[in-house]
Design a protein around this ligand. Structure first.
Ligand SMILES: Nc1ncnc2c1ncn2[C@@H]1O[C@H](COP(=O)(O)OP(=O)(O)OP(=O)(O)O)[C@@H](O)[C@H]1O
Ligand SMILES: [Mg+2]
Length: 620
């Protein structure tokens, strides 16, 4: 290829001036006010702060101020920090392979400064005084000495004032501030020892007390009601450790609003982790429902790359399958071992001085930065008491956007019998004596705890599913040869799918023989298929077969097939059962690993508590 010299032989390729390069970088780092808060708070965390105050005005569009009590900076570092690629966090490419800090690119401050009016006040030694740096729209820095306590305050005013096109993309104040609340929540969850405060237009939205218990922090941010539904996860495997809390399958939400995953304390929106968690719940979740998850994966930073995107919200794992297997196994074990809710006595006591309060007085002003705001001590007390008191949150429950998103705790004196019996998650069925059936569909049982109502169809579905699934795993499915093989015709695409998965189907007891072009002979079925709907079941299976050979997707689909066949063969509603049949079913159910939810995630039994019954009859 020849290069034609241009007319006046001047080069058209130019190095961009710093100001412009920073603005371009800002396009990737600073998407909206929330990204500014994220970057500034990450810097505070990296600086070892134990107290971080975030103040915003007009959704962060007018002002964002982040104040910390971290290491602070010397005069020289303060000036340098506004230069592109200036970082104290890595020095060589080897460091890039094992990043332990939240920042490392050295571009957040110059990028933000290029699209706002920025002021930083910082000191690494309050006796020696501090430095103020002011930068407007990425222009030259004005530096002067000031007196200030150790730590750093960064103020970002009039975001995007010099980039009108970007400014237009910002949404209304409440949308922007809810994004900021979300990011602050993410960060506060990962660092329970840090005291976080978020003040929106002078109103305290978040104010967390420092603790060494992440459950306590979760309770403070999401309410004790949710915290009580969580089971703890703690698993280790070679280079991986997973800790945190997840909700029992009985407690779900219709959105993913309570799902938080972290890798080495960095919030990550990662498909592998989310999918493996979902997989860990296998068929315990109702359709369209999502568990609450707060999971912290700790692993060697060399085993993943976080330098995928400037916002650092995604990672690339070196061994994706390994991570998937580990996380889904850990989640599965946590749920199957859960039966009970986490008992606060098993946790180390939290050192709390005071009772945590979800609500904060609206109108609290924390605007000015005074050294006094950092004088909060670690509280004392214990988690169970704290949770209990939070459960009885006072009427002053504020209406901040954070609080509104949380379920309002039910005061204990509210009568719930009749409107809300409890789906059971930890009782022993054999402690109840069967009385008979209700509407030939539900089993009624009585015990000391009250009246138990068991859905006969889904109880049996759980029994069949576990038996079938265990047998399939051990390749020991009991098979029933058909006296007259069933000829089934399919479309060419379906026939292809059946041929592709024939071996696997045979492991489930479905033996198929190719017979003609798109025709198969079904020679055997699993013995659990007691009814004769073989053709219909094969049709359903074909619809469920995946075209791909990806092992995980396949496993999932075959699980679904197991669930479907169990459902088809379970005792139906409107079927009379005598007491012996009921006893047999309940004893089979008790022997399953997950006796409280069906493979579709619905609760198997509801308990009408004795206490509520007594109250209803005014005997208590
Ligand atoms: N709050 C703070 N306290 C102490 N030092 C800080 C603070 N904020 C920034 N710094 C210093 O300024 C440097 C530049 O910050 P900046 O956010 O631009 O880059 P970074 O954090 O190193 O990398 P990234 O661009 O990935 O965030 C940091 O490396 C750190 O040394
Ligand atoms: Mg940074």
């Amino acid at each position: 290829m020849s290069v034609l010299p241009n007319e006046n032989n001047k080069s058209q390729v130019m190095i961009l001036p710093d100001e412009l390069a920073n603005q371009i970088a800002a396009g990737e780092v600073v998407e909206r006010p929330m990204s500014v808060v994220k970057e500034l708070v990450e810097n505070s965390i990296d600086a070892g702060a134990t107290r971080i105050l975030i103040e915003i005005e007009q959704g962060g569009k007018k002002l964002i101020r982040v104040t910390d009590n971290g290491s602070g900076m010397s005069l020289c570092d303060a000036q340098l920090s506004f230069s592109r690629h200036a970082t104290s966090k890595i020095i060589s490419s080897a460091d890039l392979e094992g990043i332990v800090s939240l920042g490392f690119r050295g571009e957040a401050l110059p990028s933000i400064a290029s699209v706002s009016q920025m002021r930083m006040v910082t000191s690494d030694d309050e006796h020696r005084g501090g430095t103020q740096v002011v930068v407007e729209g990425g222009g030259p820095a004005q530096v002067k000495d000031v007196a200030c306590p150790q730590g750093t305050t960064v103020e970002v005013a009039q975001l995007f004032f010099n980039t009108p096109a970007r400014k237009k993309f910002m949404k209304g104040d409440s949308t922007e501030s809810s994004h900021i609340t979300q990011i602050a929540t993410q960060q506060a969850l990962a660092y329970p020892h840090i005291h976080f405060t978020l003040i929106n237009n002078g109103r305290k939205v978040i104010d967390t007390l420092p603790t060494d218990q992440s459950l306590y922090r979760i309770a403070e941010l999401f309410g004790a009601e949710l915290a009580k539904e969580l089971v703890s996860v703690d698993a280790r495997d070679g280079a991986y450790r997973l800790t945190g809390y997840i909700s029992s399958p009985v407690y779900t939400r219709s959105s993913r609003s309570a799902q938080y995953c972290y890798i080495n304390q960095r919030f990550i929106r990662d498909k592998v982790i989310l999918h493996s968690t979902q997989h860990g719940y296998s068929h315990l979740l109702p359709k369209g429902q999502h568990p609450a998850i707060f999971l912290f994966l700790a692993m060697d930073p060399k085993l993943y790359d976080v330098n995928v995107h400037p916002a650092k919200a995604e990672v690339r794992f070196a061994y994706q399958q390994e991570v998937h297997r580990f996380v889904s196994g850990a989640v599965k074990n946590a749920i199957s071992g859960s039966g009970k809710l986490p008992s606060p006595s098993e946790d180390q006591p939290v050192k709390t001085r005071d009772i945590p309060r979800l609500s904060t007085r609206s109108g609290d002003r924390g605007g000015e930065h005074r050294s006094g705001i950092f004088s909060v001590e670690r509280p004392t007390g214990d988690l169970s008491r704290a949770l209990e008191v939070m459960y009885r949150v006072p009427e002053s429950h504020s209406s901040s956007s954070m609080d509104r998103a949380q379920p309002v705790p039910v005061p204990p004196q509210v009568e719930i019998f009749g409107s809300k019996p409890t789906p059971v998650a930890n009782l022993i069925y054999s402690e109840f004596e069967p009385l008979g059936q209700l509407d030939r569909s539900f089993i009624l049982m009585q015990g000391k705890q009250g009246i138990l109502v068991v859905d006969q169809h889904i109880a049996h579905e759980r029994v069949l599913y576990e038996r079938f699934s265990k047998a399939a795993k051990n390749k020991r499915v009991e098979v029933q040869q058909l006296l007259f093989p069933l000829a089934l015709e399919f479309s060419p695409g379906e026939a292809e799918l059946l041929a592709l998965h024939r071996d696997r189907l045979e492991e489930l007891g479905l033996e198929l023989e190719l017979f003609g072009k798109n025709e198969f002979l079904l020679r055997s079925v699993p013995a659990i298929l007691k009814n004769n709907e073989h053709a219909e079941i094969m049709r359903e299976i074909v619809d469920m077969l995946p075209a791909q050979q990806h092992e995980e997707a396949l496993q999932e689909k075959f699980e679904e097939i197991l669930v479907m066949m169990s459902c088809r063969n379970a005792i139906k509603v409107n079927m009379t059962l005598d007491l012996d049949q009921i006893r047999k079913l309940i004893s089979d159910l008790e022997q399953t690993e997950m006796p409280y939810t069906c493979p579709h995630g619905r609760p198997i039994a509801l308990l009408f508590e004795m206490d509520s019954i007594l109250k209803k009859f005014l005997r208590k």
